[in-house]
Design a protein around this ligand. Structure first.
Ligand SMILES: NC(=O)c1ccc[n+]([C@@H]2O[C@H](COP(=O)([O-])OP(=O)(O)OC[C@H]3O[C@@H](n4cnc5c(N)ncnc54)[C@H](OP(=O)(O)O)[C@@H]3O)[C@@H](O)[C@H]2O)c1
Length: 251
């Protein structure tokens, strides 16, 4: 790895509001050189300018579409090569899709599954292999409380996130003790453009609160962090509620 006196952060989903809040939060404490990987060059350029204004070094930008699985290996290899490695990777790609279960638009439902599970899963595997190659580093995976127990309304998003979450948890165990760490972040409802227009769920948070919890968790040893933290206890109960009861909850 090329030495750099700071933290090199690869943000996959380089225009994600939560991902960018995490980068800004880290930059509030130490020098950060971001590398933004995403599908929209103009949005990435805007995000890079905003990060620079927050005190980050000028970000490098590159394009990748989560749905184009064949392009992932080259995009991740290019990022690690150009940057000389990363201390931290944040995987923040995701789409919410319509919250209508079986009545969701079939094309949109398929996109949610392709992006959130197959696409993110593939990107996660490539990032983790690269981190293992350099011998150390952490990947933060943006999962969701929906992964713990999908609801009827968000069955498609929840199932795709459950798949990604399970993959990340398994890989966290597989890399334990190797110098490479996987931190799974499970936020509840976060006010970002992803949830714009939706009525906030109870215990709704902001990207800044997710960033704060993520950075705190990075300083510890946990593999999973809930945001806000009390959702962990709420879902410990919800997870075990009998189905007929769970089904009737106004969630
Ligand atoms: N907001 C919430 O309530 C909430 C709660 C729990 C978990 N999360 C998770 O947190 C992560 C970040 O979400 P956010 O709230 O920050 O939303 P966001 O601002 O909409 O970020 C989503 C990111 O995913 C990217 N993306 C979507 N489809 C893509 C594709 N096919 N290829 C490449 N990039 C793609 C978007 O790029 P474009 O700019 O090009 O669209 C954007 O950078 C997601 O994984 C989300 O599921 C969000």
């Amino acid at each position: 790895m090329i030495q750099w006196d700071g933290t090199r952060v690869l943000l996959v989903g380089g225009s994600s509001e939560i991902g960018l809040a995490i980068v800004r939060r880290i930059a509030s404490e130490r020098p950060v050189r971001p590398y933004l990987l995403g599908r929209d060059g103009a949005r990435l350029a805007g995000a890079a300018t905003a990060l620079e204004r927050s005190g980050c070094a000028r970000a490098e930008l590159d394009l990748v579409d989560a749905e184009d699985l064949d392009s992932h290996a080259a995009a991740i290899a290019r990022a690690f090569e150009r940057s000389g490695g990363f201390e931290l990777v944040v995987l923040a790609v995701g789409v919410l899709g319509a919250q209508q279960g079986l009545d969701a638009d079939p094309a949109q439902a398929a996109e949610v599954m392709r992006v959130n599970f197959a696409g993110c899963g593939s990107l996660l595997l490539h990032c983790l292999r690269a981190l293992r190659g350099q011998g150390r580093g952490t990947v933060v995976v943006l999962s969701s409380v929906a992964a713990e127990r999908p609801r009827a309304g968000n069955a498609i998003y929840g199932a795709a996130k459950a798949g990604l979450d399970a993959l990340a948890q398994g890989l966290a165990d597989g890399t334990a003790g190797s110098g490479v760490r996987v931190l799974v972040v499970r936020p509840g409802f976060v006010r970002t453009r992803m949830t714009a227009g939706l009525a906030p769920a109870p215990m709704a948070t902001t990207p800044e609160q997710v960033a704060e919890a993520t950075v705190t968790a990075l300083g510890g040893r946990a593999n999973t962090v809930w945001v806000p933290g009390r959702l962990r206890y709420v879902f410990a109960v919800l997870r075990h509620l009998p189905r007929p009861l769970y089904r009737r909850l106004p969630l």
